[in-house]
Design a protein around this ligand. Structure first.
Ligand code: 5GP
Ligand code: ZN
Length: 138
């Protein structure tokens, strides 16, 4: 399904032009308009899924296979030194466009860190509690 008012549906399906690195029947890979690094790109499924919670299992699996293919080509072609995959779900997590997308971010040795957090601390009891809260939902 496509969603009428979704900009990434329109870009993925070619109704709005984009700089496309790769396209097949199910996906389009485009350059991000506000890049975090040189070559920052997005994998867009042509079908509309708002986020990871909604995406079909087989589409999700194909996204990772395509990410590997793109990461190898981009690392070689752009002479990158490393690579981040980023995927935001929900406003709290930084999602701003509510059509599933995977960020492909080439990294270069002479750049500052793009993704970082301050490691916290956790007790054994809290780890056990977290594990049981998640496991009861699986
Ligand atoms: P999010 O924050 O939802 O994970 O990522 C949305 C990304 O889409 C941002 O990195 C933003 O720069 C990019 N973006 C938003 N609108 C457009 C657009 O119209 N074209 C392209 N190529 N990228 C876009
Ligand atoms: Zn969409």
């Amino acid at each position: 399904m496509k969603k009428d008012d979704c900009i990434f549906c329109k870009i993925a399906n070619g109704e709005i032009p984009s700089t496309t690195l790769y396209e097949d029947e199910e996906f389009r890979v485009i350059l991000d308009l506000g890049p975090a690094s040189r070559g920052h790109a997005l994998i867009l499924p042509k079908e509309h899924y708002a986020n990871l919670y909604e995406i079909e299992d087989d589409t999700a699996a194909k996204v990772m296979v395509l990410a590997k293919k793109m990461a190898k080509a981009m690392t070689k072609g752009l002479k990158a030194d490393g690579f981040n995959l980023v995927q935001n779900n929900g406003e709290t997590a930084g999602q701003t466009v509510f059509h599933f997308h995977l960020h492909l971010i080439p990294r270069y040795a002479d750049e500052k860190k793009i993704i970082e957090w301050t490691p916290g601390t956790i007790s054994k009891e809290e780890m056990e509690k977290i594990a049981s809260q998640v496991k009861e939902q699986l």
